[in-house]
Design a protein around this ligand. Structure first.
Ligand SMILES: C[S@@+](CC[C@H](N)C(=O)[O-])C[C@H]1O[C@@H](n2cnc3c(N)ncnc32)[C@H](O)[C@@H]1O
Length: 270
């Protein structure tokens, strides 16, 4: 059920998120329960998850749309895909979504239902079960991407997942795109080390612990990202993203989950 919270967050800000499928991933019979859980989370942790999740998704979607305009043959790879919608929002030549086995099964099932009912476009989307915390699985995944891409450019996304991995694995996932051979954009979201003591993160940790979600989290610094992705990385936090999309800062970062999105486009003109 907690897996649907981010979808509810995107569905609450449709104009900002621009994810027309956000609500559709939640099974019809569970929408009321998900909404109630979201309200409970809002009361216990913070009331702005809709803002944070919609901003990060919109920035990633806009980045992907830019890349696709320039390179229509781009193949999309999404790690920790959950119930995100990118392959159905943008016409990629092919897409691979990666997640843990149960989530892959649920996504595959729901995607088939949405395509059959005409809600989602029938796109070339593959699903791969893999543990991003396993070096062997990452190697298997990279081989699968090289095979699927077959020399075409790759757009690589790891959104909302790095902080669940041990430090070393999180860093390996940031630079996983290198192993695809033809990656021309990498977009990852992360929590900065400077915000490790955040009140909102602490409240979230407690709330998730009560729901059997592990409390361990990993953090990265901007400097680490430049080491992993190169010096041209664009690294925007929730206040930067509010300025970019709303033209103002409605909610201070100290009141939000401090989620940053780092985008590296090594081939792009400066
Ligand atoms: C907070 S959700 C984010 C989902 C999606 N990227 C989004 O932004 O809506 C985190 C996702 O990462 C997946 N995940 C967590 N640990 C993982 C691991 N070790 N390997 C693969 N996927 C993992 C979860 O199953 C879940 O789908």
């Amino acid at each position: 059920m907690t897996a649907y919270l981010v979808n509810e967050s995107r569905a609450r800000m449709p104009e900002l998120a621009e994810d027309g499928l956000a609500a559709a991933w939640i099974p019809d019979g569970e929408r009321g329960a998900v909404r109630a859980l979201w309200e409970e989370f809002a009361g216990a942790v913070y009331a702005h998850d809709d803002l944070v999740v919609s901003l990060r998704g919109r920035f990633i979607a806009d980045t992907l749309a830019d890349v696709l305009r320039e390179e229509p043959e781009t193949v999309l790879v999404v790690c920790g895909a959950g119930f995100s919608s990118y392959p159905w929002l943008l016409p990629f030549a092919a897409a691979l979504e990666v997640d843990l086995p149960d989530m892959v099964a649920a996504k595959r099932r729901r995607a088939a239902e949405l395509v059959a009912s005409g809600v989602a476009a029938d796109r070339e989307v593959r699903h791969l079960a893999a543990d991003l915390g396993s070096a062997a699985d990452r190697e298997r995944l990279a081989a699968r991407v090289r095979e699927l891409a077959a020399g075409r450019p790759v757009a690589y996304v790891a959104e909302g997942v790095l902080f669940y991995l041990p430090d070393e694995d999180a860093r390996a996932v940031v630079r996983l795109g290198e192993q695809f051979g033809t990656t021309n954009v990498t977009a990852v979201s992360y929590w900065p080390a400077a915000a490790a003591g955040s009140r909102v993160l602490a409240e979230q940790r407690d709330w998730f612990l009560d729901r059997q979600v592990p409390a361990d989290a990993s953090y990265l610094t901007h400097h680490q990202l430049t080491e992993l992705l190169g010096p041209t990385v664009l690294d925007l936090g929730p206040e930067d993203l509010q300025r970019r999309y709303l033209g103002r800062v409605d909610v201070a970062e100290s009141e939000l989950i401090p989620e940053y999105v780092a985008v590296a486009r090594p081939g792009a003109a400066a």
